[in-house]
Design a binder for this molecule. Structure first.
Ligand code: PHE
Length: 345
């Protein structure tokens, strides 16, 4: 009987079979449990003989069950490992993939184009004070750009520092001239803010500032730099720029720059000469020679250092290059719009 149970355990094929044997022998109404109960009705002499025998039997069966259980579990694991293989060389399922936003893409393109011309990328805070955003740039208290309807101001501070959301990237000119020693060649792309909203204006928009400070810089350097940049950006050599006299408090002289477009197969394309009659001009940026007073405001000697600066709307550039017509759509995060212009899969 003893040997029967042990050989049955050793040949149990499954964990369920083994459990059935355990219940049948060691369970509440199992055979070995019944044997243990008989000890109570025995004489002390009988118990002295039968007690150790029955306990030994129980221990042998318990140990055999534990042993068999372990080997059945090992075998089950082996079987699972053998069948559940994972092929690491299979391609993953194609889920949603992120892509680069047109504005970010244009910023990258600008950084690359200007890097080739020796320009570094500079940055400044979007929350500025009115000294960097206006005063240092020679914009007097009475200038219309300071009017509340254009500028987002923060509540007054105890220390009197007037904080605002920068209305252009030009304060980065000031910050760069105050920390870097000339010669300076930087572009400063980033977010700018004005309280304005329609198809071509959003309260937040993007500009890129350009600044060169060195000895003997003149308008010719500005014109060549802008032409080189615009040709590289629109990837055409036949682009014509038009510099129109203009006014900015921080540049003198100042020029607004238009880029020539022509009609090709009913589409407005940047490039070609509008003077030929089939096209027109689009304004793309403001520029000029840095005002000597601005150079002096930054602690540099304007008799030694001259320079040029320009400020250009990045969203505008993206619209012109990729043929988009509503600026507001740039910031809607609508995947259909991105797909339409090829910016998302
Ligand atoms: N900051 C000007 C604007 O936002 C653009 C500009 C920059 C003009 C640098 C001249 C020089 O309109």
């Amino acid at each position: 009987e003893n040997q029967d149970a042990l050989s049955e355990i050793a040949s149990a094929a499954t964990l369920a079979d083994l459990e059935a044997i355990r219940v049948r022998t060691l369970g509440k109404s199992g055979t070995i449990t019944a044997l243990l109960k008989t000890l109570g009705g025995m004489t002390p002499e009988q118990r002295q003989v039968e007690g150790p025998r029955i306990h030994a039997l129980r221990e042998a069966v318990t140990a055999a069950i534990a042993d068999r259980k372990e080997s059945l579990e090992d075998a089950a694991l082996e079987a699972r490992l053998a069948t559940e293989t994972l092929d690491m060389s299979l391609p993953v399922s194609a889920g949603m993939q992120g892509s680069v936003h047109p504005v970010a893409q244009v910023m990258d393109e600008l950084a690359e184009i200007f890097a080739d011309l020796g320009f570094a990328v500079a940055t400044g805070p979007e929350i500025e004070d009115d000294w960097h955003n206006f005063t240092a740039l020679n914009i007097p208290e009475t200038h219309p750009a300071r009017a509340m309807h254009d500028t987002f101001y923060f509540p007054d501070r105890e220390d009197g520092r007037k904080m605002l959301l920068r209305t252009h990237t030009s304060p980065v000119q000031i910050r760069t001239m105050m920390t870097d020693k000339p010669p300076i060649r930087i572009i400063a792309p980033g977010r700018t803010y004005r309280s304005d909203s329609d198809a071509t204006h959003t309260p937040m928009f993007h500009q890129v500032e350009g600044l060169v400070i060195d000895r003997g810089i003149h308008m010719g350097h500005l014109k060549w730099t802008l032409e080189t940049f615009v040709k590289a950006f629109f990837e055409r050599d036949d682009i014509v720029l038009r510099l129109r006299p203009s006014f900015f408090p921080f540049t003198e002289p100042s020029a607004e720059v238009d880029v020539g477009f022509t009609w090709e197969k009913g589409r407005r394309v940047i490039g070609g000469d509008p003077a030929a009659g089939n096209g027109g001009w689009m304004e793309i940026l403001g520029s000029g020679m840095v005002h000597p007073r601005v150079i002096a405001n930054c602690g540099l000697d304007p008799d030694e250092w001259q320079g040029f600066a320009f400020g250009c709307g990045i969203d505008r550039l993206a619209m012109l290059k990729y043929g988009m017509d509503d600026l507001r759509a740039f910031f809607d995060g609508d995947l259909r719009w991105l797909r339409h212009y090829g910016f998302a899969a």
